[in-house]
Structure formats: structure tokens, C-alpha cells
Design a protein around this ligand. Structure first.
Ligand SMILES: [Zn+2]
Length: 688
């Protein structure tokens, strides 16, 4: 209740300020200390007072301020620890505000690795975390400012920020990077990232430089990680019909990123899980995220939803335009089946989810997928030509400003008789999924028609449909239809379904074969040889599933399976190596000396690795009941990690373990050797 009241109150204050003051530019000169994790900077704001006001406010969390000057003269200010308030009888006109600040950010800026181990990365995340934790700025998305950052750091590193890199100066061991923007944006899109990055630059058809960064050590993965990037860019620029709004577009993967990707203006950051080789690309391609974050450069960055209620104007649009970009690469069948699958998810969710799209509290599924579906409905109903006209006009009219759903509807109404009110009620204001209209649109695609035919047979006795299903499996129909066949026959007897399973394996489609690998958990001896062929699939995920399932099913063959897979590595999070170590440890007598395997597995729990690898390793150690001091210490360290999934994993696991009184005592004896933050977290868990 208090929170709600507070939010209402702050909205009122913000609304008042933006009526009185318009911030035009911000120039920051920022130095970051990677050991103390302190940010020091000088900021210069240019702003226009529209109507007289006695206080202006800039969001700034837990900062200290020095040399605060208004138009070159010292000015009184209040530091509320949440904002800096400048107290002055402001009258209409232009002003210049400068000050120095210092802060140790509590969130929104993250430090990974270290210079000593040559793997330091520093990166920021504004959306959901607030840029005002590291740079004085505006939590209100409606205050758009032209941001320019000068960043000073060790010259052996690369520093990325928004906009064009105008100049670089070496100053002894340090270097100054000067990044400049020309157009305004909301503060949550401000970014910086520091690391041992190397770029490859491509150019879009329209001439925009596309800077593709990777860490130096991953340079061999450039082509596979960034596959189709230029094609996506050229496609979206043409499809959207409004030129890419910024001067440059750069992308970089960062360690232990909180999300899949973040569309900081002209400088997207994404998760290292998408840094892949040609095999990894099959299961963890960056392509969809790549297109999604790029689409946000228009839908989100050029035009920004004025409140959370209209969040679908960002996420629904980015999701839909990413799907269009994928359609351009993978074809119509891919597009329609993706929509079919999200329709299934939305239908399922609508049984319990009562929060519709136009609500700031809607789920991600609703904002992203229901939003995308709603836009698909608009696209199909208006027709491609009118839809493109609407999108273009909508962007032109609102460029570099904030928008709400009515702004979009206004453009629709100008080109067609489309009933926006009815549409809004059906797609944006209710959680019920409009299956009737959705199916009508989906069934325009032939392979969806075939899918529906297969699904109609769900309750038909197997012998009556056997021939038909075999025919489908042997046809060249889209593989998703064949997947539906596999899902449908799961409960049939082995003698009935084995022929269809064999046909699936013979399809040579890695996705279909992967579904089979997942579906079959108990393998009869007469299917063993066929199932073993999955071990050799060009998919790290399929290999992991096949190895584990075979090891579980055939104890007599374990040695052979482990021999085949002993040099496997897998994705960058070493999924195959980790599972191999675990299975080798769980196979008595496979190696004479288990110590080395154990040591290697434990080494992957170290904080020098990313959370995904550490968690994989910890899970396998727990599976093997290896609970050395080092393992327990790694678990405690996990509870202090910035990625909530990993810290939750650490807490949940410790909670389970300390139910055992012996392990509880071991945790207690570890306490004096822990870092302060670790000790606090552990103490809290022991006290529960
Ligand atoms: Zn998004």
C-alpha cells in the first residue's frame, strides 16, 4: 500500500517538472575505478525553463555532489540520496548546470572478473535497474535528453557507449573515449561497457556502420555468432519504412548478463550464451534476439511508451518485427508455426492469467507474445501496404517522443475503417485468447492446415491412424507437423510406435531428432542402436540428452558411451564436458583416479566463470554428493551473485543442505573464512 501511494506521489512530481523544465543535453565525463568500483564524474546539463519553478530535480541514487553551479555560479542544492534538487527561483529561459559527483553504484553497473586475471568486464543495465544509480539522469522515460559521454579508462581495454565515437586520446596508461549522440533518448537507454573487445565492422545497404564486437579470445566465433546480422538490418530498415534513427549500430556480448539482450540506443548488449560456433548456432542462435533488439531501436528508442500500460508498443512490436525478420530468413512455415506455438501458450495462460496487455502489471508473455499477436492481427486485417503506411506515419509523427496506444490507433484510423475500439477490447483489454480469429489467420498457411489435420487425430485409436501418420512422417511436410506426430504417439506401445520413431530418426532433421531424444526416456534394447546415432548429431543439446539417457538405460554400455564422449566440450558453458565429468564420476571403476575429475568439476564452480557454467557444475557435484568445503563455499558465493536466478539457486540449495545437521556444522565452521557479504548471506540462511 505504501509503495502504491509513493508511486502516485512521484508521478505527480514528475508530471509537474516536465511541464516546467525541458532538459536538452547532458555531457558526462566519467572515470571508473575497477578496484573500488567507484564512479567519479563531471556532468553538464543544458535545460530550458518553460514556466517559473523554484526547484528542479535530477534522479541520482546515493551520490555525493561537489562544485554545483548554475550558469557558472554556485547554487544551493539538496541531496535527498535519491535525487539532487537545485533550489533557485527559475524563470523562463535557458540554463546551464554543472557539478561533480561520486558514487559506488548499488545496481545498474556490474563488475565481472579482474584486470589481474585479464578478464575484466564492466557493463551497465538501465531498464528495470535505473541509470541514475551510476549517472545523474531521469527515471521518468518521458524526459528525453541528448546524452554525450566521455569515459576515461585503462587504454588496454575497449570502452563502448551510445552514439558515434568522435575521438580517442591516449593519456599515459589511460585513454579517453568521446561518444556523441545527436538525438534525444530516455535515460534507461544510456549505457557503457568495458572489456577486451575486438570489433568487425560491416555496413548496411543504407550505409550505417554495423560494429560487431566479441571478446578477443572468441574471435573465431564471429561469423557464426553474428550470422545474418546485415540481412536482418537491411530487412528491418526496409520493412519499417523509416530509416534507422541513429548513426551507428554496435552489439557486444557481456558476461553474466541479466537478460537475453538489451537495446541500449545504438549499442545493444547481449548474453554470452549466444556466442556460438556452427553447431551451437542450431540450439542457441542469437538471430531472434539480434532482430528483437534491433527492432527496439525504432520501437522503444525512437518512440518510447509513455507509461508501463503501453509497454506492448515496445515489446509486442519488437517481438513481431523480429518474427518478420526471421520469416525473411527461415520462410513462411517457420513464421506461422512460431505464431501457432505462442497462441497455444497464450491460450493455456489465459486460464489463470487475468491481466491483459494494456496493464503495467501484465506478464512478459502477454506484453511480448500477445502484443505480437495483436500486431499480426492488425497487419493481416489492414493488408501489407496499409500496415506499412501506418507504421511509417506513426514513427514519423512521434519520432524522438513518447507514445501511447491511441497514437498508434490514430494512424490506423487515418488509412482504414479498422475498428480500433473493438480490436482493443478483443486483443488488448481481455486475457481471453481469440482462438477463432487466430485460427482463421493461421490456416492461411498450408503446413498449419496439415498440423490441424494431425491434431484432429489425437483421440483416434492408433491402428486407425497408423498409415496416415506414417505417410506424414515420410512426406516433405514442415518438420513441426512431424513433431506433432511424435507428441501424439508417446503413450502408444513400443511395437506400435517404433516404425514412426525410426522414420523420425531417418528424417535427418536435427530438431525432429532432438524431440525424439527428449521424448524417449526408456529405451528398449531393440531401439538402442538407432537411439545411439543421436550421440553423433550436430547439436550439443541433442548430444547431452542422448549421452545422459543412454547412460541411464544401459549400465553395461556406460564405459563405451564415456569413451565416445570423453573429448566433447559443447557450448561456451561446457555443457558436454560437465555432464561427462559427472557421469564418469558416477561410473564406478571407469577411471582409477577419480580425484582429477572431481578437481576439474569443482574448478568450474569458481567465481572466475559465468553463473551458467558454475550452476551446471554445482548441480552435477550435488548429484554426485560431492560436498567438499570448496563446493559449499562456492554455493555461499553464489548467493551474492547479481544474477537473481543463480543467487536463488545458491540460497535454495543451502536451505536444503543445512537441514542435515552435519552439513550445517560444516557451513558454520566455514564462516570465518568467508567474505563479509558471503558471511551475511549465510548467516541469514542459518538463522531462518
Ligand atoms: Zn524487448
Amino acid at each position: 500500500m505504501k509503495k502504491v501511494l509513493f508511486l502516485l506521489f512521484s508521478t505527480v512530481v514528475i508530471a509537474q517538472q516536465s511541464n516546467h523544465v525541458d532538459f536538452i543535453t547532458a555531457l558526462g565525463k566519467v572515470t571508473i575505478n575497477d578496484t573500488s568500483k567507484i564512479v567519479e564524474g563531471t556532468v553538464e546539463f543544458e535545460f530550458k525553463v518553460l514556466n517559473s519553478i523554484d526547484t528542479i530535480k535530477i534522479d541520482a541514487q546515493n551520490m555525493e555532489f561537489f562544485n554545483v553551479k548554475l550558469n557558472d555560479k554556485p547554487v544551493p542544492f539538496i541531496n535527498s540520496r535519491k535525487e539532487i534538487q537545485i533550489v533557485f527561483p527559475f524563470v523562463k529561459g535557458n540554463n546551464n548546470l554543472t557539478f561533480d559527483y561520486q558514487v559506488k553504484p548499488k545496481q545498474a553497473m556490474y563488475f565481472l572478473g579482474s584486470k589481474a586475471t585479464n578478464d575484466l568486464q564492466i557493463w551497465t543495465q538501465g531498464q528495470g535497474k535505473y541509470t541514475s544509480n551510476w549517472f545523474p539522469s531521469f527515471d521518468d522515460v518521458n524526459e528525453k535528453v541528448v546524452f554525450n559521454l566521455d569515459i576515461i579508462f585503462d587504454k588496454k581495454y575497449e570502452v563502448l557507449s551510445n552514439g558515434v565515437l568522435k575521438k580517442e586520446f591516449n593519456q599515459g596508461e589511460t585513454k579517453k573515449w568521446e561518444y556523441r549522440m545527436e538525438k534525444p533518448m530516455s535515460s534507461y537507454l544510456l549505457m557503457l561497457a568495458i572489456g577486451k573487445f575486438k570489433k568487425q565492422t560491416q555496413r548496411s545497404k543504407s550505409g550505417v556502420p554495423l560494429e560487431l564486437y566479441l571478446e578477443e579470445k572468441d574471435s573465431s566465433l564471429h561469423t557464426t555468432t553474428y550470422k545474418h546480422t546485415q540481412k536482418i538490418f537491411d530487412f528491418l530498415e526496409k520493412e519499417i519504412g523509416f530509416p534507422y534513427p541513429w548513426r551507428v549500430y554496435r552489439q557486444a556480448p557481456v558476461k553474466d548478463f541479466l537478460y537475453a539482450g538489451m537495446e541500449n540506443t545504438s549499442a545493444t548488449l547481449f548474453n554470452t550464451r549466444y556466442v556460438v560456433d556452427a553447431i551451437g548456432f542450431k540450439d542457441r542462435s542469437y538471430l531472434n534476439v539480434n532482430a528483437h533488439e534491433l527492432a527496439h531501436q525504432w520501437f522503444g528508442n525512437l518512440i518510447t511508451a509513455e507509461t508501463g500500460t503501453h509497454h506492448w508498443l515496445q515489446e509486442g512490436f519488437a517481438t513481431y518485427f523480429a518474427l518478420l525478420a526471421e520469416r525473411n530468413i527461415y520462410g513462411d512455415d517457420y513464421f506461422y508455426h512460431a505464431l501457432y506455438e505462442t497462441a497455444q501458450q497464450l491460450k493455456f495462460a489465459s486460464r489463470t492469467d487475468s491481466i491483459p496487455v494494456l496493464n503495467p502489471k501484465a506478464s512478459s508473455l502477454t506484453f511480448y507474445q500477445k502484443g505480437a499477436w495483436a500486431l499480426f492481427v492488425v497487419h493481416e486485417t489492414l493488408g501489407d501496404k496499409n500496415f506499412k503506411k501506418v507504421i511509417k506515419n506513426y514513427l514519423q509523427k512521434n519520432a524522438f517522443q513518447n507514445v501511447n496506444t491511441q497514437d498508434f490507433f490514430d494512424e490506423i484510423t487515418k488509412v482504414s475503417k479498422f475498428n480500433t475500439e473493438k480490436f482493443s477490447k478483443l486483443w488488448l483489454e481481455t486475457t481471453a485468447f481469440n482462438t477463432l480469429e487466430a485460427n482463421e489467420l493461421l490456416l492461411k498457411n498450408k503446413s498449419i492446415q496439415e498440423l490441424f489435420e494431425v491434431n484432429k487425430l489425437k483421440n483416434t485409436p492408433f491402428q486407425e491412424k497408423r498409415q496416415y501418420l506414417e505417410k506424414v512422417m515420410q512426406s516433405d511436410v514442415y518438420f513441426k507437423v512431424k513433431e506433432a506426430v511424435l507428441s501424439q504417439i508417446q503413450k502408444e506401445s513400443w511395437s506400435d510406435k517404433i516404425k514412426l520413431y525410426e522414420l523420425a530418426l531417418n528424417s535427418n532433421n536435427t530438431s525432429l531428432r532432438q524431440l525424439l531424444a527428449v521424448t524417449v526416456s526408456n529405451i528398449p534394447e531393440n531401439f538402442r542402436l538407432q537411439y545411439e546415432t543421436l550421440l553423433l548429431d550436430a547439436s550439443y543439446e541433442t548430444q547431452e540428452i542422448a549421452l545422459t539417457t543412454l547412460w541411464n538405460n544401459f549400465p553395461n554400455h556406460r564405459t563405451r558411451y564415456l569413451d565416445v564422449s570423453k573429448n566433447w566440450i559443447g557450448f561456451k558453458d561446457l555443457n558436454l564436458r560437465i555432464v561427462w565429468l559427472s557421469l564418469a564420476l558416477a561410473t564406478p571403476n571407469y577411471v582409477s583416479d577419480q580425484d582429477n575429475l572431481q578437481k576439474e568439476l569443482i574448478s568450474y564452480t569458481s567465481p572466475i566463470y559465468e553463473a551458467s557454467l558454475r550452476q551446471n557444475a554445482l548441480e552435477q557435484l550435488l548429484f554426485n554428493q560431492i560436498l567438499s568445503d570448496e563446493v559449499l563455499r562456492s554455493l555461499v558465493n553464489a548467493t551474492t551473485h547479481h544474477a537473481w536466478q543463480f543467487s536463488k539457486f545458491g540460497r535454495d540449495t543451502i536451505r536444503k543442505l543445512i537441514k542435515n545437521s552435519e552439513i550445517r556444522i560444516v557451513f558454520q565452521t566455514l564462516q570465518p573464512t568467508l567474505l563479509e557479504q558471503e558471511r551475511l548471506q549465510l548467516q541469514r540462511l542459518l538463522n531462518e
